[in-house]
Ligand binder design. Structure first.
Ligand code: ARG
Length: 502
């Protein structure tokens, strides 16, 4: 949208212009404006204003007919914005003053009553909370979808064995599905953290006014109910200067991105010639402008790289907040771009990884073959001796010597004869060979949460069940309001759905 002035010559009057004799320097207008980015809050700003106007009317602070006019005017502005017929003006600084000015233009003097018992300080805090409440719900849906993709992949490859790693060295055989479900656990924790945070986001700050509250008889609980908030903030000074809810979201987003980055890193490694565990579909790889043979995992690399900007946004916001005296300071305007960029980034990364996962092709033969290499079942051999009564530390030493012996001979553990093994311990018998295959190794790991097929299947079931029970959960519903207020049900014009950006 372009930011043209009203007409070439006509000066725009600023809503706060009364105590100013002179105009604002153009460079200052450009420096202090936030409309170029906070216009994406428009529908929340209007939703909040409608609730505020309803309350002003109900309390008799403004005449009911003016309240009605304001609500109609706001609804008409909402349609103009939604249809791209609204001109956002830089001279009017931000979304709040753009909409208020448009309202006065539209309905006249009654429009000037909307800002009664309200300040932009509590208004912007309200808009951000409404915005973030929606975004967290949307993000929860996207994480669920990614988790489904992971569980689907685990299901497809449920019996495939691969090498499990520690220190980036082959350690013990594991099921590929077990490895993939480890990420589903991470997604579960992300879902838990974000759902929890809704409790702290969903608190009404409006009514704090500039910082001290108001002498007018407002009804904050009524506004909270109209907007579907769980509670009303307790301290007006805290209400306008608090951005903990933004910081909490940026922290949760950083942890989420860390998980996605680890998954991406594994995709990058697995796609190398050296690992050769997966083949990336053409649609999710890119080529080199000079090397004709290249097929690069750029999607996973970018997902990993974008983690940096999300961490940066968290650090940026912590730094904005660190020395802010109470209460509102203009520094707080810096919260928005950091928050918006984080929302956009996690949404795009979640989306693209969710699309990519189901079409990643695992090289199952290679996975199974490498799972048995590198003496990966040595621990199983030690457990075999433990079952025959040998103390574990002693068994560790015996098997260590057997491994050294086999590696000097260039053989795998199953290629050493029983007689040779008996030089290391008399406890070895013919049945030792039954524990040495990767499949036997995996099947033996029946401990709770272990990699045995039945344990992995149990994990899979758990993820499916969590999904089912979430449907009726109190805090999280992927579509729509978590707690529709009476007014929503009665058909109050709600701005909660529709495009994020104008
Ligand atoms: N655009 C401002 C922000 O994003 C809105 C609040 C401005 N309040 C003020 N008193 N200057 O924080």
């Amino acid at each position: 949208m372009t930011m043209k002035s009203k007409t070439a010559k006509q000066k725009i009057k600023k809503p706060w212009g009364g105590r100013f004799a002179g105009g604002t320097d153009k460079a200052v207008e450009a420096f202090t404006e936030s409309i170029s980015f906070d216009k994406r809050l428009w529908k929340y700003d209007i939703e909040g204003s409608i609730a505020h106007a309803m309350m002003l009317g109900k309390q008799g602070i403004i005449p009911k007919k003016d309240s009605k006019l304001i609500i109609e005017g706001l609804a008409s502005i909402a349609s103009r914005i939604a249809e791209g017929r609204f001109v956002f003006r830089q001279e009017l600084e931000d979304i709040h003053m753009n909409i208020e000015t448009a309202l006065i233009d539209e309905i006249g003097a009654a429009g000037g009553k909307l800002h009664t018992a309200r300040s932009r300080n509590d208004q912007v805090a309200l808009d951000l909370r409404l915005y973030l409440r929606d975004q967290v719900k949307g993000t929860l849906g996207l994480i669920e979808a990614l988790k489904d993709a992971l569980t689907g992949l685990a299901q497809n490859y449920k019996d495939i064995i691969m090498p499990g790693y520690t220190h980036m060295q082959r350690a013990q055989p594991v099921l590929l599905s077990h490895h993939l479900l480890a990420y589903a656990e991470m997604m579960d924790r992300d879902i838990g953290r974000l759902s929890e945070s809704l409790k702290r986001i969903n608190i009404l700050p409006l009514g704090a006014c500039a910082l001290a509250g108001t002498g007018l008889p407002i009804d904050r609980k009524y506004v909270a109910e109209l907007l579907g908030f769980d509670a009303v903030s307790s301290n007006s000074m805290d209400s306008v200067s608090d951005r903990d809810f933004v910081l909490e979201f940026l922290s949760n987003a950083s942890i989420l991105m860390m998980h996605l980055s680890r998954l991406s890193e594994e995709m990058v490694l697995w796609a190398t010639e050296e690992f050769n565990f997966i083949e990336l579909p053409d649609a999710f790889a890119t080529g080199s402008s000079i090397m004709p043979q290249k097929k690069n995992p750029d999607v996973a690399e970018l997902a990993r790289g974008k983690t940096g900007r999300v961490y940066g946004n968290l650090m940026g916001m912590l730094t904005v907040m660190k020395a802010l005296p109470l209460t509102y300071n203009r520094d707080l305007q810096e919260d928005k771009e950091l928050l918006f960029d984080t929302v956009d980034t996690i949404k795009s990364v979640l989306g693209v990884i969710t699309r990519m996962l189901p079409v990643v092709k695992f090289r199952t033969e290679r996975l199974e073959k490498t799972a048995g290499e590198g003496f990966s079942t040595a621990t199983d051999m030690a457990e075999y001796l433990v079952k025959k009564g040998m103390p574990f530390r002693e068994a560790h030493g015996v098997v260590g010597r057997a491994v050294l012996y086999a590696s000097k001979k260039g053989k795998m553990l199953e290629e050493i004869g029983l007689e040779e093994y008996r030089q290391f311990s008399g406890l070895f018998e013919a049945d030792v060979f039954q524990v040495l295959s990767p499949r036997a190794s995996v099947s033996a790991k029946k401990s709770l949460g272990g990699t045995a097929p039945e344990e992995t299947a149990r994990q899979m079931e758990k993820h499916k069940k969590v999904k089912k029970s979430k449907k009726s959960g109190p805090l999280y519903s992927p579509s729509g309001q978590n707690r529709p207020s009476k007014q929503n049900r009665a058909g109050r014009p709600s701005m909660s759905s529709g495009p994020d950006k104008p």
